[in-house]
Design a protein around this ligand. Structure first.
Ligand code: ASP
Length: 327
């Protein structure tokens, strides 16, 4: 019999209405209660162990929490009888947690993160179907060596590209650019594509502070100046198109580079890469010439996590960290 460990962390999937306000409180249901409510049908012949790691709204989760979660994953997956892990989590930051865990864990066995857009006691809840599908995915041999995935609304997404695309609809997630890896239909897990590279970083010191600043037409440099004056070790500029920023930002960006801050430019576009297409003030080429790292097709939040993890792992050539040939 296969065995899956469910690690619960909170979110809407573990929420109940507050009796005073009538509004949802995230994470009030612990893992055992959730799995009991879930009523996994007996036709699923899987041994399920549950552990409540924390019970939080996902915006309340810290990197300290995530390092604890990583430790739990390592502990459970080191046991030969455990086939895979399911993590139940708030949807607001699933894309961040799943990608962080993807970078810092190094297991062949599946690690699946899921959540729900509707609370377990809401009509038409997606809580139980998402948990059931995640448990099935965590048992799938086809998801070996894939890294951390997110299962949501019958679809399997890789953590590198998954993004919350809808604030409330049960079709809440998408992977722009490369699509989802597979589906779960009628109890079967069908995997249609897998990444050809695996990313792993061994954390050797504290995760550094890395900020994200969004760039828009006619933006000024005050946020960059404030970031530079603080203790950050990295800065992600969410540029536009091929990676352009507003001209008034450029001098402060150069000062950040001169101070030793690792500065990365990404694009707010959902698909496509930052590239040195244009030669003008604030273009990706202009930034690159001044020591800014090109963040390829990384979403700014994923680029931030990768820079934090790369710096904390003391990776010697951080300039190449977003380069696919790096692996
Ligand atoms: N606010 C919730 C959270 O903890 C949203 C959710 O789980 O869907 O992320």
């Amino acid at each position: 019999m296969k065995k899956v460990v469910v690690l619960s962390t909170g979110g809407t999937i573990a929420s109940k209405k507050n009796s005073d306000s009538g509004l949802l409180e995230s994470g009030v249901i612990n893992g055992d209660e959730l799995l009991e409510l879930c009523d996994i049908p007996s036709d699923i012949d899987i041994d399920i162990e549950v552990e409540s790691v924390f019970q939080k709204a996902s915006m309340h989760i810290t990197y300290e929490d995530l390092l604890l979660l990583k430790q739990k994953i390592d502990q459970h997956l080191s046991k030969p009888e455990v086939n895979g892990i399911v993590i139940t989590h708030g949807t607001d930051t699933i894309e961040e947690t799943s990608y962080f865990l993807n970078l810092v864990t190094n297991h062949a066995k599946p690690i699946v993160v899921t959540g729900s857009q509707r609370a377990p006691d809401e009509v038409g809840t997606d809580s139980f179907s998402n948990i059931k599908h995640s448990i099935l995915a965590a048992c799938s041999d086809d998801l070996y060596d894939v890294g951390v995935v997110v299962v949501f609304n019958e679809r399997i997404f890789h953590s590198k590209y998954v993004k919350k695309e809808h604030a409330s609809n049960i079709q809440g997630f998408n992977s722009f650019g490369f699509g989802y890896l597979g589906i779960i239909d009628n109890g079967y897990v069908h995997v249609h594509q897998k990444p050809i590279t695996n990313e792993y970083f061994e954390i050797k010191k504290d995760l550094p502070e890395v900020d994200i600043i969004k760039c828009y037409m006619d933006a000024d440099a005050k946020y960059i100046r404030t970031a530079r004056d603080s203790n950050i070790k990295g800065l992600i500029l969410e540029g536009v198109g091929r990676g352009q920023v507003a001209p008034a930002m450029v001098n402060e960006i150069i000062r950040c580079v001169e101070k030793g801050i690792k500065v990365v430019v990404t694009t707010s576009a959902e698909e496509g890469e930052v590239y040195t297409t244009y030669d003008y003030l604030g273009s990706a080429y202009d930034l690159f010439k001044n020591g800014v790292i090109l963040g390829r097709d990384y979403d700014s939040k994923k680029a931030r996590i990768k820079l934090m993890v790369g710096l904390a792992s003391e990776y010697p050539n951080i300039e190449r960290i977003y380069d696919p040939s790096f692996y």
